[in-house]
Design a protein around this ligand. Structure first.
Ligand code: ARG
Length: 401
């Protein structure tokens, strides 16, 4: 019996060519695996047919949109996950869910090896392979672009020669990865980091320069999970999709950064994540009202570490799992409504209400009804400043010697 290899299949040029390329190079049978994480575009059935048309012996397709929203996007939201303070981990969180399906398909079809279309320079190869090693320690990994010299030029030539049922275009200079949490665009003229992005690279967002009238939205959270928009109950997937539409129309969530890849390279990325950025903003503001100060400060550190682990391909690691436990626990009281205005590229919070709020009007007010005993502040300040005061006395003594 022939060896079998499952391939993470997108339906695009590179992975379509990879089917035959891998078969030619290894003599194995290739099973294409396509996972819908809300990237839009073609139907799974169209993608499936193309995989078979390109020579796959089987094609496994999975609608993982709700799974991705509930088990990957929602945890990222609970962590306020932003790598380097900017990037909402769009591609980083899609790899582990794709890995789950790759390993599942490998088991179902008796494959020994998993293949993916990543290059040898990026983070995604690491995320795929670390994930596969963790979930299927017996499985081998192969990356035709990296390991079997499948360059873009060769891919185009191969597709034309074999008349594969795909459109080969030499034009699109960008490398794009997208899902319901956002969209990532790199390469081409963006590699000159002084070049501003041109309009044509955006797809999830309209230009914020000439926005439509302001759009006010109320987002309801229950224990950190978004459950309704404007009072209408929705699933997390639906909330993200709807906010992609509404915040996207206002140009919210455009991000242009130079980021630190795990492999040590700095790279320019353009992201658009209208729904994710609106949600993270709203969620953080609700935490400000519902999480106790020290808990909130520490959670910010945890969220940052969590984001680094997820970026670095450690989704299935023990430390990431342990931090999940902390983050999950922190969400116990993160319930309530956030009102925000989406307009001109910004998502600005202008109202919050929660039955589990820690905001105490009678403590905060400067008007009548104040219950805060201001006389206790004086002694508190004396003690709070004591250590610095003693140290400063020492500095002056030493300087005077
Ligand atoms: N740099 C981002 C990351 O490592 C996005 C990579 C996505 N790939 C792409 N072709 N743009 O998560």
């Amino acid at each position: 019996m022939k060896d079998r290899i499952v391939l993470a299949y997108s339906g695009g040029l590179d992975t379509s060519v990879a089917i035959g390329w891998i078969a030619d190079a290894t003599g194995a049978e290739v099973i294409a695996v396509a996972v819908d994480v809300g990237q839009g575009g073609e139907s799974l059935e169209t993608v499936r047919q193309r995989a078979l048309g390109c020579g796959a012996v089987e094609a496994y397709v999975a609608d993982a949109r709700d799974e991705f929203a509930n088990e990957y996007c929602v945890p990222t939201l609970k962590a306020n996950g932003l790598y380097q303070g900017h990037y909402p981990l769009v591609s980083a969180i899609s790899r582990p869910v794709i890995v789950k399906h790759l390993v599942k398909a490998a088991r179902e079809f008796g494959a020994t090896t998993v293949a993916h279309g990543c290059t040898g320079k990026g983070n995604d190869q690491v995320r795929f392979e670390v994930g596969i090693q963790t979930l299927g320690p017996d499985l081998k990994c192969i990356a035709p672009v990296r390991d079997l010299a499948l360059t873009r030029d060769k891919a185009i030539a191969y597709a034309e020669e074999k008349q594969l049922p795909i459109v080969t275009t030499k034009k699109n200079p960008y490398s794009i990865d997208q899902n319901v949490w956002g969209r990532a665009v790199e390469t081409g003229y963006l590699e000159d980091i002084w070049n501003a992005p041109t309009k044509d690279i955006y797809d999830y967002t309209a230009s914020p320069e000439f926005p439509p009238a302001p759009d006010e939205v109320t987002i309801t959270f229950e224990q950190g999970v978004p459950t309704a928009l404007d009072g209408v109950a929705l699933s997390p997937l639906q909330v993200i999709q709807e906010l992609n539409r509404r915040a996207g129309a206002q140009g919210v969530g455009r991000i242009d950064v130079v980021e630190d890849r795990l492999v040590g390279i700095k790279s320019r990325e353009i992201y658009e994540a209208p729904g994710a950025m609106a949600l993270i903003t709203a969620h953080k503001h609700l935490e400000d009202v519902t999480i106790e100060r020290e808990h909130a400060r520490f959670k910010a550190t945890v969220g940052q570490r969590w984001s680094e682990l997820v970026y670095d391909g450690q989704w299935f690691s023990p430390l990431k799992r342990a931090l999940d436990g902390f983050i999950e626990d922190s969400q116990q009281y993160v319930s309530g409504d956030i009102r925000m205005t989406l307009h001109g590229g910004q998502a600005i919070v202008n109202g919050r209400r929660s039955d589990t709020s820690l905001y105490d009007f009678s403590l905060a007010t400067y008007d009548t009804g104040d219950t805060f005993d201001q006389s206790s502040a004086k002694g508190f300040i004396d003690i709070w400043g004591m250590a610095s005061k003693v140290a400063s006395g020492r500095d002056q003594r030493v300087a005077g010697e």
